[in-house]
Design a protein around this ligand. Sequence first.
Ligand code: SF4
Ligand code: SF4
Length: 444
Amino acid sequence: MQTANLVQLVRDAGVVGAGGAGFPTYKKIDARVDTVIANGAECEPLLFKDKVLMEHYAAEMIDGLRLVVQHVGASKGIVAIKHKNRKAIAAVTPHLSANISLFEMEDVYPAGDEYEVVYHSTGRRIPSGGIPLHIGVVVQNVETLYHIHRAAQGQPVTHSLMTVHGHVKQPLTAWFPVGMSYGEALQVAGGATIDDFVLLDGGPMMGKVVTDLATPVTRVSSGIIVLGRATHLAERKTQSEQAFKRIGKSACDQCSLCTEMCPRYLLGYPIQPHLVMRSLLTTGPMSDTLTHWAQACCECNICTLWACPEELDPRNVCVVTKRDLKQQGKWLSAEQLQKLAKEVHPLKSYRSVPTERLARRLGLHKFTADAPLYTEKIAPKSVAISLQPAVGLPPTPVVRVGDRVAAGELVATAQESGLSVPAHASIDGPIAAVGQSIVITNNS
Ligand code: SF4
Ligand code: SF4
């Protein structure tokens, strides 16, 4: 296949970043760079979908990587993968070539963060507030590269590879039809083994707590973890803004461990969560933090769930500070932010957070089961395909209630101008509703 039309094929197939951000992939590969990185350094405890993808679909993933390398005119492709994932390494290795190599990473969190992957595998640092493109690099999640391989054959994205873990009968990783409810996805894993639970959508560190079992799988979904509602982790993740600000204001002793362990700070970026916490003390009853020391935060949660001895929530204080900086027009430009950057911290390599110890700290060490690939056909009762993209403009429906569609058929077309990708049916059946989602009933 010629790569000249790869951008169009990838757009037509509705490919978006499967690593969590959901950025439309066609835009990301419409570039000229020297290096393309396949990011397989998945680091959230209990999520295995990237590992499973590389073990079972290495040839397809590498083909996607090769297509992108060729298209962007890069001289090399690098597969970033954790050293501990020996089966995945064994599966990928036979497909390597002169310009596609492997880079093995430590089993630490957050190894899979784009800034970390780029720094470790190329020695370059993405500028503060910048993107890999600024230093001649494109990073794609390994599942996204699999979808690029399929897009080049005219196959649209209809399923998302997702791990279901935690308090379920049979932890697994499977291709779930886009739009299937989380409740039904749990049933594929044998159902929850406890009564009073919440779901962690996207991993224990960066994922959010979800209680609505009707929440649909999207092209960005990476995993759901069933946790007891009263567990410490679930409770910490559901504290209100008022509570985490009030407690932070009264209890932060400015020990600065949150900053000292912050992965972005250790990489030399201008982020200092203890200064963000300090600003809680000085700015009135609503604790209007508004400090630019929050701006480079990647929301990894190391400060809150690993570093802080007082169990405060500097991560969420940074999150709301970033929101307020934007709302009040106080957001620094990338150039201003970059001026505040420093060299990589000399102790960076000594402050890595081992994933196994992190899982123990989070109370997840009892979940020792693997989550292997589930290969049975998954047939949900219905799907609700969301038309609200993580990034960009929503696609326009091209179907009406009562129409019958087949899996893979276009149901909403991308907007001509602006960042937008189409949506496709993930199952066969009649259209039951068209609104913010397109609902397809499975009556086969
Ligand atoms: S680690 Fe906790 S107590 Fe120490 S400065 Fe940070 S938020 Fe405050
Ligand atoms: S969440 Fe905390 S540790 Fe992570 S980047 Fe933000 S401030 Fe640093």
